[in-house]
Structure formats: structure tokens, C-alpha cells
Design a protein around this ligand. Sequence first.
Ligand code: GLU
Length: 497
Amino acid sequence: MHGYPCCMPPIQRREIEGPARVRFAPSPTGNLHVGGARTALFNWLVARHTGGVFVLRLEDTDKERSTPESEAQILRAMEWLGLDWDEGPYRQSERSDVYLDAIERLKASGHVYAAWETEEELETQRDNARAHKQAPVVRGRRDWTDDEIASFVAEGRRPAWRFAVDVTGHTVIEDFVRGEVTFAHTAIEDFVVARSDGTPTYNLAAAVDDLEMQISHVVRGEDHLSNTPKQMMVIRALGGQTPEYAHIPLILGPDKKRLSKRHGAASVEDLRDAGFIQSAVLNVFALLGWSFDDKTSMFTVDELIAKFGVARISKSPAIFDLKKLEVLNGRYLRMLSEDEFSDALIGHLERSGFFADKDAGARARVIETVPAVKRKLSTLEDYSSLAGWLFRPLEIEAEPWESLVSDVRHSIQAIGGGLGRLEQLEHFTLEDIKDALQDQLHILGEDARGFLEPQRIALTGQRVSTGIYESLVLAGRDEALTRYRETLGRLADLWVA
Ligand code: GLU
């Protein structure tokens, strides 16, 4: 027997010490989605946990794709999530001078060189490399003659500027999540830092900003891992000290495929509009790659701030499961006080246009329904299907109507019997209604479902709604009896016919 232990001891990973200066650096080219929001949250938590600073930086150098709408949407979504920033938003589009200055310094120190190759020439170079089974890594020519350069200039060509990667070396990232990651420089091309039109590339601008903004820790998606050695080279070439890095895992759907719209992984605002509340969304985002232990699934924001740390971020992909969010959202909704719940619900209904075609009393009526719906909703958007019947005239949905019609005699007996009892009630209260209907149920000798289902359909027109007794109280005597009579009338027509 060899003495290999059956299980490796858990790796003791490092935590970030002291106040961290972190940043969230979205490109305003679309909405804030699950992945970006998770990155923002992790950075915010690092800042709040360590008593540090959370910087917001908009990487809007891509003029074609960056839009003010996207920028506004990202800021709104962050505000809704409660991710307040301490500095910024800085905009890269307003910082060209800083990048141009850095590029000049890199030229002066010989860390970058003018690359005169055309796109076609580069493609030929890459094809040749592939043909020789080598990685298509671009190394520009650096021995252009003065005559060649003069003729390029004469024909209007402008050079891009490439970083002169030291191919003999390698870059080591001591990543908080992934451990030691080593990149051999032979695999890293002489990346462009300034395009031929003079504009800086992402790798240049991000590195310069991280240096200038004194970012101590870069927490970002694993998809950026291959950019990191390039950015470290730029920072070192500028004489700076590199930040530390934590590359957080990819997010997949429950089917283990890369997260996409198919998984309901919409933007943060889409999640809000689908009736999820901030506390639940934040909680689920926090668990995308991070965990406190194997059992705790609910955290308040304060608990997250107290407990969060990069040492417990997993290397394996995280799974975003909308079903889990629904369950958690329901739990969070039930934990709200009635006032908090009412505020959240009214806010949601206002945004979704629920009140647009309703009278002035509708808000008050919504508030009246809160005790009847609070325990039944998974999302605020479920409200309409559960209680919307109360705000419109009786409309019996096709399927419940079929079920009444399938045994007209029985339906008339149940609804007629219920109506008879309700008409006699002196007080239309929950208790009296319940007693009367229960009593009728016993007289008819029916099972509860067989009797109560038709009551619900007669009143609400649907099979799923607020509880039947509560629904009767909410409708009030006149409205309830009118609806019963209407349903009964329609059934009687059928019976006679
Ligand atoms: N602007 C980059 C993005 O949206 C972020 C890069 C970074 O965090 O360094 O993917």
C-alpha cells in the first residue's frame, strides 16, 4: 500500500487583506446581465467587506457599440441592486489624454514598436503559422527601412503600435481563485496597444486605468484571464506595480451550457420586471461561484458583506437557475412585512402598467389583497394571475368553463347551493362565509374540492386564485353574488337548451 491519503486536505486559499480598491468596468454596449451584475456584486462586496473603495469605470472606447442608453441602463440596474459606487463613473472616452501619454511613454522606452503590416499581410502570417502547426501569434517586423517607411507614409498608411513581448519570459499570475497560472510568452502575440487611427485598445486602456486608479485587486470573469498577462506587461513597462487578480468562474445554465437568454438569464431590469425583488436577486447572484458553507442559502446584504471573501470562490463554473431564484424570491416575499410587501407590489404594478386602465381606488384594493396573496406569490408578476380577476368583470377562462359544463347538473347544484347560503349571510365576513360554505359542503355530502372548485370558478373565472373564502370577502357581498348569479345563469341556459 502506498501512503496516499484518500482525500486531499482543503487548499488554504488566500483572502484579500486590508482595504481594497476594486473596480467594476462594464462596456456600455448592452444591458447589465447576470454575469456583469455578478462581477459588480463581487467587487462591491470586496470593497464593503474590507472597508475599501468601489470604483465604477465605463469602458466606452468602442464608439460604434457604446450607447448612452446602455450606460443609463447599467447605472439604473446597479442602483436597483443597491451596488453604490464610491468613485466614478469614470468614462474611458473622457480619458484619451491619459492613454496617449502612456503610449508615448511606451514608445520612448522602446516597449512598443510601429507595426506597418496591413491586415492582409497579418493574415498571411497567421496562415503560415497554422500551416506549420504553430500558434498564429503575430510578431511584427521591426526592421523596416527608412525608404519603406517613407513610401508607407506617402501612401497614407499609419502604423498600429504593438507591444514588444519578451518571448524568452513568462508571466505568472498568483490568482486568488485559480492559484498560480503561468503564461509562456511564446504564446502571447505582440498585441496592439494603439490602433492605426491612434486610439488605444482595451488591453492598453484597462491596464493604464488600473494603474492610474490605483486598483489593488481586479476581480473579473475568467474569460479575461488571457488578457491579464498582457495588461500586467503594460503596467510593468510603465514602471507600475500590478494589482492582484481573482478570476471568477463562468456562469452556465442548468443544462451546463453557457448562460444565455434561453435560460431566462435576462438583464437585471428584465428580472426586476419579471417580479423578482432585489434581496432575492442579490442573494442568488452572490451564490454564483461563491458559497459560505454547504448549507446556507439565504443571506441578507449585511451578512453577505460580513461573510464574503475571495477564498471561497469556486474554480468550477457556477449554475444560474431561474427556478431557484423563483423559490428564493417567494421566500423573501413571505419574509417582508405587509407594508414592505405592499410597497414592492405597488411599485411593480406601477412599472408594469397594471394601473393604467384602472380607477383611482385600485391601489387601495391591491393593498387590501395583500394578506391573501403574500404567501402565495413566487414573483410579484404572479399577482395578476392570482388576483387580477378582482379588477375586471367576470371572465370565465375556457378550461374552467369546460369543467363546469362537463357536469352541468353538479355545477348548478354546487354553485346554487353556495349562492343560497351566501345570500342568507348577515355578515359577509371570512368566518361566516367559511362556516356557511363548509356546512353546505356537508349537507351535499361532497368532497371539498368537488364543491369548492365550482365556487372559485363562479367567482373568479379561474382555477388558481386567491383562496376562495378570502376571495369572497375581497369581492364583497354585492360583487360576489352578482358573479355567482351570472355564472349560474349561463349554466342554466345550457341546462334548458
Ligand atoms: N470592459 C470589460 C468587459 O466589460 C471589463 C474588463 C475588465 O474587467 O477588466 O468585459
